[in-house]
Every structure is written in C-alpha cells, then in structure tokens.
Design a protein around this ligand. Structure first.
Ligand code: HEC
Length: 115
C-alpha cells in the first residue's frame, strides 16, 4: 500500500509556504508605499489617527467636548500648544498625549501652528 511520505510532503509544501510569505511581504511593502505616497502632511495624519477630531471641531466637522481648533495656531502660543501635548494632568478634560515621540509631536505642532 502506498502511504504519503511525511518528509516528502513537508518538502513539497515548502515552496508554497515561501510563496505565501513572499506575497505577504510584497503586500506589506505595497501598503507602506501607499501610506508614504499619501500627500497629507505627517502632522495631519497624526491628528486624524489620534482622534483629536472626536472632541474638537475643525471647519465643519468634529466633536464639541473641546474648543474648536480653527485658528488655534494664532490664538495660542507655540509653547502653550506644546505644553498641552506633553502635560500629564489626570484632572484635565483633554487626554494626555505624552506618549508621542519627539518627531510625532513636532509634526503635530507644525500642523496645529498652521491652523
Ligand atoms: C476626549 C476629548 C479630547 C480629545 C480626544 C482631544 N482633546 Fe484637545 N481638548 C479637550 C478639552 C476638553 C479641551 C479644553 C480643556 C483643556 O484644556 O483640557 C482641549 C483643549 C485643547 C487645545 C487648546 C484649545 C484652546 O483653544 O484653548 C488644543 C490645541 C487641543 N485640545 C488639541 C488637541 C489635539 C491636537 C488632540 C489630539 C492629539 C486633542 N486635542 C484631543 C478635549 C480633547
């Protein structure tokens, strides 16, 4: 009686696995490329990703728990904006964003200053 040889089977499935892993890599690279090609400024991407709009109106949309952010860059000093993003005050109505990296914070500040 013929029985499948488990070792041989394993060998046969290896190219399959390799193809699968390679396609995974390929599609991840595509996703990264698509993200990098996004011409939105980094600060705006971070602003949207952190859900700031859930509490802040900007233009026509956004939440109302916090003040509208139109013109906030001219209304508040840069140092005040920075302080808002790094403070760690559990009493504050605005959540803490002190976990941001220096680079992310700077990109976000550049975006806010231009509003
Ligand atoms: C859970 C709701 C909430 C989220 C999410 C939130 N905020 Fe706020 N934010 C507030 C509230 C409430 C205030 C006003 C009271 C305070 O200073 O804590 C505020 C104040 C501010 C101010 C000062 C505005 C002014 O006119 O004085 C800025 C700037 C700001 N937030 C930016 C952001 C940014 C940027 C994000 C995202 C990284 C964000 N907020 C996310 C609730 C939120």
């Amino acid at each position: 009686m013929l029985r499948p040889n488990p070792i041989r089977e394993d060998r046969l499935s290896r190219p399959c696995r390799r193809t699968f892993i390679l396609s995974l890599l390929f599609f991840s690279l595509l996703a990264v490329a698509a993200f990098a090609a996004d011409d939105r400024p980094e600060g705006e991407t971070i602003f949207l990703a952190l859900g700031c709009r859930g509490c802040h109106r900007l233009g026509a949309d956004g939440g109302s728990r916090g003040p509208a952010l139109d013109g906030v860059g001219t209304r508040l000093a840069g140092s005040r904006l920075r302080e808002l993003l790094i403070r760690h005050d559990p009493q504050a109505a605005m959540p803490t964003f002190s976990h941001l990296t220096e680079r992310e914070r700077e990109a976000l500040l550049t975006y806010l200053r231009a509003l």
